[in-house]
Design a protein around this ligand. Structure first.
Ligand code: NZQ
Ligand code: ZN
Length: 395
């Protein structure tokens, strides 16, 4: 078991109609002038933005709104938000949406703290953040886990670079999680979200190093739960309890809990997917499903015990007579593919709807290597040529 630092400062307010508490929560955390940040249409159409504004009004809190955040959120929208926030002396950010909206708000919050600096430097890793304005989140999709994570991912749409920045500084003060807000999600987004949630724990589970039994059990329980309720929601999208299970798993999967004591993260599948997102603008969770089976087949020989345990305890593979460890491992990976297919998720890039040329593969591998300082991964350390090989396998 390795030493670890588990930091989760976010107040979780969970359940039906909790959005009515948003005004009081902003006040509690010192907000007096709020930028309400949201995406394209969904939060306006459902009436959620009006509910948020009414709660802020009731608490006597000034607010301005900025919508239009797109999935794989753009740097230009971040700059627009910074300008609007400065104009209005904003002191608190309130994203209402999913990972894209919350990440865009996190970037604005960093920028407001250091108004003379270009916030994109953080994502280029040429400097570290010294602080951030406070933010709270109203979550509308269970997927990215940004409402409790230390991460923010922004796409520079001019260069096609999708880059992340991680710091405890940006963890939200509070997160409002009402599972009923996710009832309006299209199935594709719900299922992509489930893939992403499972993957946030898988990235922490498939590591080379010591592992802690309690953490492993928590991780396996979370992965089994998400798999089970993804299958239920795929058939019964109105099921509130299933949405609640997924929403809670969403936050626990990416707040650090399922990695405590295991000595590091892998996150190679994520970094490979980020390049696909930057180049082809694919939905993050679906992109992960398209790359993970190839990643798994490329690295499993490095950590066979982990893959056996995953196959048996998460995918429910039963070892029959004559099956070797390798047979169990490969059955575990193909069972994961069966699961993806059963919820209409892709298992490779073609099924995802993209077919990169060799030139594009090399470009993505190069981008991934540059973004990761030349190498990424814990299960197996991947270099640029490994990244290209996995992309080729994933076509
Ligand atoms: O823009 P609107 O109209 O709101 O539509 C959104 C969007 O099209 C829609 N949606 C959200 N809530 C809805 C809804 N539609 C109907 N009803 C609702 N209640 O869903 C679409 C996707 O939204 P988005 O915010 O992009 O989803 P997600 O939460 O999956 O976020 C993805 C982004 O987060 C990054 C990803 O890379 C990607 O850029 N990630 C952020 C992480 C973090 N900050 O910790 C970690 C993740 O690994 C991930 O990399
Ligand atoms: Zn993710």
């Amino acid at each position: 078991m390795f030493n670890f630092n588990y930091y989760t400062p976010t107040q979780v307010v969970f359940g039906k109609d909790t959005v009515e508490q948003v005004g009081d929560l902003v006040k509690k955390y010192g907000g007096t002038r709020v930028l309400v940040h949201f995406g394209g249409q969904s939060a306006v159409k459902s009436g959620l933005i009006d509910r948020v504004k009414a709660s802020l009004d009731a608490a006597g809190i000034f607010h301005v709104e900025l919508g239009g955040v797109v999935p794989n959120p753009h740097l230009s929208k971040v700059y627009e938000g910074i300008a609007l926030a400065k104009e209005n002396n904003i002191d608190f950010l309130l994203p209402v949406g999913g990972g894209s909206v919350i990440d865009s708000a996190k970037a604005i919050a960093y920028a407001l703290y250091e108004p003379e600096e270009d916030v994109w430097d953080l994502y280029g890793h040429t400097r570290q953040s010294m602080g951030s304005f406070p933010l709270g989140a109203v979550v509308t999709i269970a997927a990215a886990g940004s409402e409790m994570s230390d991460s923010s991912v922004i796409t520079n749409e001019k260069t096609g670079e999708k880059r992340g920045y991680n710091s405890d500084i940006c963890r939200p003060k509070f997160a409002i999680m009402d599972p009923s807000l996710t009832l309006t999600l299209p199935d594709y987004q719900t299922m992509s979200g489930c893939v992403d949630i499972m993957m946030h724990t898988m990235e922490r589970y498939f590591t080379k190093g010591g592992n802690m039994e309690l953490t492993d059990e928590l991780a396996e329980g979370l992965m089994r739960t998400v798999k089970k309720y993804a299958e239920i929601l795929h058939k019964d999208p109105e099921n509130y309890d299933a949405r609640a299970e997924i929403m809670w798993a969403n936050s626990l999967s990416h707040n650090g809990l399922t990695g405590c004591g295991n000595g590091g993260n892998d996150f190679a599948s994520h970094r490979l997917e980020h390049e696909m997102g930057g180049m082809f603008d694919v939905t993050h969770g679906a992109g992960l499903a398209a790359v993970w089976p190839s990643w798994a087949r490329y690295v499993y020989k490095e950590i066979p015990e982990r893959f056996v345990r995953f196959a048996e305890k998460v995918m429910g593979v039963e070892r029959t007579e004559g099956m070797s460890d390798e047979d169990v491992i490969l059955k575990g990976i193909s069972s994961m593919e069966d699961f993806y297919r059963s919820i209409d998720m892709p298992t490779n890039m073609r099924e995802l709807g993209i077919e990169p040329t060799e030139e594009q593969i090399l470009e993505m591998a190069n981008g991934c290597a540059r973004a990761t300082g030349g190498k990424v991964g814990s299960a197996k350390v991947l270099y640029e040529e490994d990244m290209a090989a996995i992309y080729r396998m994933a076509i």
